[in-house]
Design a protein around this ligand. Structure first.
Ligand SMILES: *[C@@H]1O[C@H](CO)[C@@H](O)[C@H](O)[C@H]1NC(C)=O
Ligand SMILES: *[C@@H]1O[C@H](CO)[C@@H](O)[C@H](O)[C@H]1NC(C)=O
Ligand SMILES: *[C@@H]1O[C@H](CO)[C@@H](O)[C@H](O)[C@H]1NC(C)=O
Ligand SMILES: *[C@@H]1O[C@H](CO)[C@@H](O)[C@H](O)[C@H]1NC(C)=O
Ligand SMILES: *[C@@H]1O[C@H](CO)[C@@H](O)[C@H](O)[C@H]1NC(C)=O
Length: 554
């Protein structure tokens, strides 16, 4: 996938600008249209087989806890014994979990969802993830193994596993699926009811931004359809930012700032050595003729989610236990926290571009730097980066939202995740934070007080009110509100300097460089390195990666 992007970018560089087939001729800022939506750079996409749920759904249960158009009534294997429910599957699929409000993320702000009576919302900012999509890469290897065993007449699977005899991989690649369209449409409808009146304050059409990838443009359009209706093009502009190598884009920052290796990502190896053993053993016992690796197990658990959102139905869901799904969730938590979150070195640098834009919008001053991953040409043009919009909506990817949360210093989500066991009470779960259709919302409000009135801000992550506190320069109120001046002041003084953008993305040390802060929490202790080094496989990787990380740091 990444490689394809590189090749596409190299190929496009061969075209001279201005020729009729120039791939840049339709991009925002160059196109003859002010807000083109057909800009190219949609990434590589494939559509899968059409679903036929009416035919294939054989699940016999009348218990229906929700009204999803896809089959989400599966319960894990041994559900009764483990007291497991469907949520133990569909809320443990990491960033590929279908959207669900994060009702269990911040219990301490339960009861504070309503805006205090003395406050009036003036402005809202939404950073939104695209909806459910096909996988980015196929399950090729696994499908081939199973095909081969079938051809050789060696495959033997019975009971819950018998479906493997007629299973075929039928999914597409990277495109938004219908459930994803519904997630975004529903979100547009929801936020219409929440905020439609805000738009009465302004005569200008709001500008919603997204990237050029197929699922991103589709997500923005379905959201706009839900919010504005069929005549959405009369009511809003969709601004499509080019997502391709070397294009500055705060909604796709990895295109200009390659991520630095974070040593704590090695904990994923440690975790994989420990986890998925039960599932692998069960498969061995029940399926003859194929030898399944742990990475096949991970692919199959993932397929439960992907087949469900793409085909409406997945037989893989029923062959894994609650424990297997928990292990899968933890694997994803470790990956995202250690590469993009608070256990990473480069997370803040990737997220800082959007955070700087957010601050410019809060202050209403326009983009004044610092220059990081923004496209300064677009950001200094009020058509493309307007100020004083009552409602801002930007669409992006899961890892970008994660890096933005890191750059915003949301240490409320900074759980330190060990590699050798999972804490079932941890707060950090990617299914709560960056599932399909995730949204981070900020509300700016004016509240009456003894001095007349004061501006406040609060944040909601997938509907959960974030308890803003000292980590954001706030006093730490029960209702999560923070004085806007305190919030902006903190971001202004700390966010950029803590990001180490110049060093990590431009290889330029600057006066802000504080090596202690840079490595704070992001490197392994000697004891941890020692533990990892006991395993010969890990030892090799470790040697290699440490050299890599040092090279990219110095
Ligand atoms: C640019 O857009 C026009 C009109 O939508 C389309 O015909 C043309 O193929 C596009 N060019 C590129 C390079 O995408
Ligand atoms: C900035 O945006 C303009 C307009 O789309 C584009 O032509 C230019 O290549 C972009 N520059 C970078 C560095 O992303
Ligand atoms: C793109 O970003 C780089 C790195 O911050 C910066 O040097 C360059 O001026 C930017 N270009 C534009 C057009 O914003
Ligand atoms: C009201 O103003 C006083 C004096 O500036 C200040 O100390 C106090 O914190 C303000 N109260 C609120 C709720 O902002
Ligand atoms: C460097 O960072 C550390 C850890 O975050 C902090 O304690 C220290 O005060 C910083 N030093 C400077 C000079 O800012």
């Amino acid at each position: 996938m990444k490689l394809l992007v590189v090749i596409a970018a190299m190929a496009s560089a061969c075209w001279a600008r201005g020729t009729p087939t120039d791939p840049w001729s339709n991009v925002t800022g160059t196109s003859s249209q002010t807000f083109p939506t057909d800009v190219g750079f949609q990434g590589s996409v494939k559509y899968g087989a059409p679903p036929f749920l009416a035919q294939v759904d054989q699940l016999k249960t009348r218990k229906s806890s929700h009204n999803a158009p896809v089959e989400m009534r599966w319960v894990p294997l041994n559900a009764e014994q483990d007291h497991a429910t469907s949520d133990d599957i569909f809320r443990n699929l990491g960033t590929t979990s279908p959207y669900h409000p994060a009702d269990d993320l911040f219990p301490e702000t339960h009861g504070y969802e309503n805006v205090p009576k003395q406050c009036r919302i003036k402005q809202a900012h939404i950073l939104h993830r695209h909806g459910s999509r096909y996988p980015q890469s196929g399950a090729g290897l696994l499908a081939k193994k199973i095909e081969l065993a079938k051809k050789l007449g060696k495959l033997q699977a019975s009971g819950d596993y018998a479906f493997l005899h007629h299973w075929k991989y039928q999914l597409g690649e990277a495109a938004l699926v219908h459930l994803g369209a519904q997630e975004l449409f529903d979100s547009g409808v929801k936020y219409y009811y929440e905020y439609a009146q805000l738009l009465e304050q302004s005569k200008k059409k709001p500008v919603l931004r997204t990237t050029s990838q197929s699922r991103m443009v589709d997500s923005a359009r379905y959201w706009a359809l839900g919010f504005f209706g069929w005549d959405m093009t009369d009511k809003a502009h969709i601004e499509v930012l080019t997502e391709t190598l070397l294009q500055n884009n705060t909604l796709a920052p990895y295109m200009t700032c390659p991520n630095v290796f974070s040593p704590k990502a090695l904990r994923i190896l440690e975790w994989r050595a420990k986890a998925f053993g039960n599932a692998q053993k069960r498969l061995k016992e029940n399926v003859k003729g194929v030898s399944f690796s742990k990475s096949d197990v991970i692919t199959m658990i993932g397929l439960c989610g992907y087949e469900t959102v793409s085909q409406g139905y997945s037989d893989f869901c029923k062959i894994f236990t609650k424990q297997d799904y928990e292990e899968y969730q933890y694997d994803d938590d470790l990956a995202k926290q250690s590469v993009f979150g608070f256990m990473s070195i480069g997370g803040r640098a990737m997220g800082i571009g959007w955070v700087t834009e957010f601050l410019a919008r809060l202050k209403g001053t326009g983009f004044q730097g610092p220059q990081t991953t923004q496209n300064a040409t677009l950001d200094s043009d009020p058509t493309y980066f307007p100020m004083h919009q009552p409602l801002y909506v930007d669409f992006t990817h899961d890892v970008v939202i994660q890096t933005v949360l890191t750059a915003l210093n949301f240490k409320q989500l900074a759980d330190e995740l060990p590699g050798n066991h999972m804490d079932p009470k941890r707060r950090y779960r990617t299914s709560r934070i960056i599932p399909f259709g995730a949204r981070l919302v900020f509300e700016v409000m004016e509240c009456d007080d003894e001095n007349g009135s004061t501006d406040y801000i609060r944040a909601k992550l997938n509907d959960a009110v974030v308890p803003l506190d000292g980590n954001q320069g706030c006093e730490g109120r029960k209702d999560g509100l923070c004085k806007l001046d305190d919030y902006m002041g903190f971001l202004e003084h700390h966010a950029y300097s803590m990001s180490n953008y110049d060093l990590l993305c431009q290889l330029k040390p600057d006066h802000n460089l504080n090596v202690t802060a840079l490595l704070d929490g992001a490197i392994l202790s000697n004891e941890q390195v020692h533990q990892l080094g006991k395993n010969p496989h890990h030892r090799n990787v470790l040697k290699h990666k440490h050299k890599l990380s040092m090279n990219s740091l110095l």
